[in-house]
Design a protein around this ligand. Structure first.
Ligand code: G3P
Length: 222
């Protein structure tokens, strides 16, 4: 079995902004090196460049806009996140939803630039739809559990299991992650046991008193 994947979404917490973002990325790198777990970080756009220069773990954007270069003030040009050092992007996070045609366009644009794609979804149906668009990953995150501290892998194991099954029937190439409320080693282990390849998480680590310790605990059971 492959090494589990842990994507730490920095969202817009002050604890993961600016200097704090860099510190958290460095802690993530240390834990990745110490444990061999594949940890990726998704900081805010303005922190991508500095983090990508200073750490050796994959950096993802939290979103890209499906625009072409030109006059789009205030937008996020995919080429720009790539030049800043991101190697992939989240798409359709529950806090940054886009329409189906935009998910498709974002995946195609990211593919053309060599950026990996992690499409976030809210239920089995949208996960199945996302799988047909051929992203690298689909991350199922029931919105009501996001930030709740109640782990999806324990509270709604069937949604993870059924998503894995449905996606693999539709497109076996797509790798499945899950997220929402994940914070402990048991939560991650449960996610892996349900057939996902890893987790997407935020508050359980970012808001912990000692995020590095929390990350070490997260990966301690696998
Ligand atoms: O992208 C990760 C996510 O939405 C889950 O958030 O705080 O429940 O780990 P959290």
């Amino acid at each position: 079995k492959e090494t589990p994947i842990v994507i730490l979404n920095f969202k817009t917490y002050l604890e993961s902004t600016g200097e704090n973002a860099l510190k958290l990325a460095k802690s993530s790198e240390m834990v990745a090196e110490e444990t061999g777990v594949n940890i990726m970080v998704a900081p805010q756009y303005a922190d991508i460049y500095r983090i990508a220069r200073e750490v050796n773990i994959p950096v993802l954007a939290q979103h890209i806009d499906t625009i072409d270069a030109g006059g789009h003030t205030g937008s996020i040009l995919p080429e720009c996140v790539k030049e800043a050092g991101a190697v992939g992007t989240l798409i359709n996070h529950s806090e940054r939803r886009v329409e189906l045609f935009e998910i498709d366009a974002a995946i195609k644009k990211a593919d053309s630039l060599g950026l990996s794609t992690v499409v976030c979804t809210n239920n089995i149906e949208t996960s199945s739809a996302a799988a047909t668009l051929n992203p690298n990953f689909v991350a199922i995150e029931p919105p009501e559990l996001i930030g709740s501290g109640i782990p999806v892998s324990k509270a709604e194991p069937e949604i993870v299991e059924k998503t894995v099954e449905s996606i693999h029937n539709i497109n076996p190439e797509v790798r499945v992650l899950c997220g929402a409320g994940i914070s402990t080693g048991d939560d991650l282990k449960a996610a892996i046991d349900l057939g996902s390849e890893g987790v997407l998480l935020a508050s359980g680590i970012i808001l912990a008193d000692d995020p590095k310790k929390a990350l070490l605990d997260l990966v301690s059971k696998i």
